[in-house]
Design a protein around this ligand. Structure first.
Ligand code: ARG
Length: 420
C-alpha cells in the first residue's frame, strides 16, 4: 500500500506495462480547466495519451487504475527544499550529530515529501553531496522519494549567508561552496558541475538563519554575479539566487539568474527586471508562521528570530505586489526551515495573498517545470511527460487547502502511495 516500491526494495520500476488511469476530474494546468472523466494512458512511466473519456483510445490489455471519485492533478514540484535539514535542530543543536546524520534524515524527509504529493523537488543546498546520495538512492529504487534536481553545495561569499560565521576560528567548518572573485567563482561553478550539480544556488544577500549578516546587504558584486551566471549557463545549468535585499535582488536579475529565492524586499524595479529577463520568483511565504511559533523552542537564536520579524510580513506584501505586477511565480517552500511533508501548507498562504487556487497550483506544476527547464518531463499531465500524478478528494480549484491531504501518489507510473 504505502510506498510500495520501497517496501519491496525494488530497484526496477514496478510498471513497464501499459496502464490506464481514470478518475472523476482532472486539473489541466496547461489550459487552466477542469476536465471531467479523464483517461490517462501510461507506458513505461510516461504519458502516451490524456484527455476526456471518449477522446482517448484505450489500449487492450492495459492495467486499470481507477481512482473513482477523486480529482487528479500533476505531481507537485517544490523549487526550494533542504531535504537534509530538520527545523527542530536550530542553532548549535546540529553540532551534536555526526556528518552522515544529515544524509540519514534526508532519507526520511524524501519519503515524507513524496507522500505529500511532491514528486519533484529542487534541493538548493546541502553538505557533503548528500543530495546526490539521496538522488542515487531514490533513482536506484533503494528508498522512496521525489525526483531531485540537486544544487549540491550552496555558493556564496566568505562571511556571507552561505558561510558559517557563528564560531571562533578554532571551531571553523569547511564550507566547500564559498568562493570570492569572478575567477574563483567560475572555478567553483565548474567544480560543482563536475561533481553532479544540476543547478547553481548562491547567496546574493544576507539571510534570516545566518549569523552576522543583514537581510538587506548584498554579498556578491555585480561582476561576481555576472561571472557566476554566465559560467553556469554556459554549462547548461540554471541559477537560483537567495536574495532578500533589494540591491542584491536587482543585481542578480541583471546578471540573468533564473529564479530569485525569497525576494522579500523586491520593488517595482525588480518586478520590471524580472519581467524583462523572464526570471521567476520563488517566495517561501508560509515560513514566517512556523518560525515565529516554533523557532525559540527549536533552539533558533534571538539574532535570527529578530531578522524573521523584520521580513515575514514584508515578504508577503511583496509577494502580493509582485504577483499583481505580473512577475512569474513558482512554488518554493524552503522545507527544512519548516517540517518536510507539510510543503502544501504554503498553498493557502498564496491564495490568501492574491493568487487564485489555479495560479498557486500552476506555480507548483507547469511553472516549476518550465523554470527547471524540464517541461518535457514534469509539470503537467500531458503526452511525453512522466506519469507523475496525484489524486485528491474534492475540487482543489475551489479550495486549495485540500492539497494538504493527498491519498494517492503515482510517480513515473508507479503507484507509490494509495491510502484511499
Ligand atoms: N533560508 C531563509 C533565510 O535564512 C529562510 C527565510 C525564512 N523566512 C521567511 N520569511 N521566508 O533567509
Amino acid at each position: 500500500m504505502l510506498l510500495l516500491a520501497a517496501l519491496l526494495g525494488s530497484a526496477a520500476p514496478l510498471a513497464a506495462e501499459t496502464q490506464v488511469i481514470t478518475a472523476a476530474r482532472m486539473v489541466d494546468v496547461l489550459t487552466g480547466r477542469m476536465v471531467a472523466a479523464p483517461v490517462v494512458v501510461v507506458n513505461d512511466g510516461r504519458i502516451i495519451a490524456a484527455g476526456p473519456a471518449g477522446s482517448i483510445a484505450v489500449p487492450a490489455g492495459a492495467r486499470a487504475i481507477d481512482l473513482g471519485d477523486l480529482t487528479i492533478l500533476p505531481g507537485l514540484i517544490d523549487m526550494h527544499v533542504h531535504l537534509t535539514s530538520d527545523p527542530r535542530l536550530g542553532g548549535d543543536r546540529q553540532l551534536r550529530y555526526v556528518r552522515s546524520f544529515q544524509a540519514v534524515i534526508g532519507v526520511a524527509h524524501a519519503a515524507q515529501t513524496l507522500a505529500a504529493g511532491f514528486t519533484t523537488v529542487r534541493n538548493v543546498g546541502s553538505d557533503g553531496y548528500d543530495d546526490l546520495a539521496l538522488k542515487q538512492g531514490i533513482e536506484g529504487g533503494y528508498v522512496p522519494g521525489p525526483r531531485i534536481v540537486a544544487a549540491t553545495h550552496a555558493m556564496g561569499a566568505t562571511g556571507g549567508h552561505c558561510d558559517t560565521n557563528q564560531y571562533p576560528a578554532e571551531f571553523d567548518f569547511p564550507r566547500p561552496g564559498i568562493a570570492d572573485g569572478p575567477d574563483a567563482i567560475r572555478g567553483k561553478v565548474r567544480e560543482l558541475h563536475r561533481r553532479g550539480a544540476e543547478v547553481i544556488k548562491f547567496c546574493a544577500t544576507g539571510g534570516v538563519f545566518s549569523s552576522g549578516t543583514s537581510l538587506g546587504a548584498q554579498q556578491y558584486s555585480q561582476a561576481e554575479m555576472d561571472a557566476l551566471v554566465a559560467e553556469a549557463h554556459m554549462l547548461g545549468m540554471k541559477v537560483a539566487a537567495h536574495a532578500h535585499g533589494n540591491s542584491g535582488i536587482n543585481s542578480a536579475l541583471r546578471a540573468g539568474v533564473d529564479t530569485i529565492e525569497h525576494a522579500s524586499f523586491a520593488d517595482s524595479t525588480s518586478f520590471e527586471l524580472a519581467r524583462k529577463s523572464g526570471a521567476w520568483f520563488s517566495m517561501d511565504i508560509y515560513n514566517d508562521d512556523y518560525i515565529l511559533a516554533e523557532g525559540a523552542k527549536n533552539g533558533v537564536p534571538e539574532e535570527n528570530l529578530a531578522k524573521e520579524r523584520e521580513v515575514g510580513l514584508k515578504q508577503r506584501q511583496t509577494f502580493q505586489a509582485a504577483h499583481k505586477a505580473g512577475v512569474k511565480m513558482v512554488f518554493g517552500s524552503d522545507a527544512g526551515v519548516y517540517p518536510h511533508g507539510q510543503n502544501a501548507r504554503q498553498f493557502a498562504k498564496m491564495t490568501e495573498w492574491g493568487m487564485t487556487p489555479l495560479e498557486a497550483i500552476q506555480a507548483a506544476t507547469v511553472n516549476a517545470g518550465e523554470a527547471l527547464g524540464r517541461s518535457a518531463d514534469v509539470g503537467a499531465i500531458a503526452v511525453g511527460r512522466f506519469a507523475d500524478i496525484i489524486a485528491v478528494r474534492g475540487d482543489p480549484l475551489a479550495d486549495v487547502s485540500i492539497l494538504l491531504s493527498v491519498p494517492v501518489v503515482i510517480k513515473g507510473g508507479n503507484l507509490v502511495k494509495d491510502t484511499r
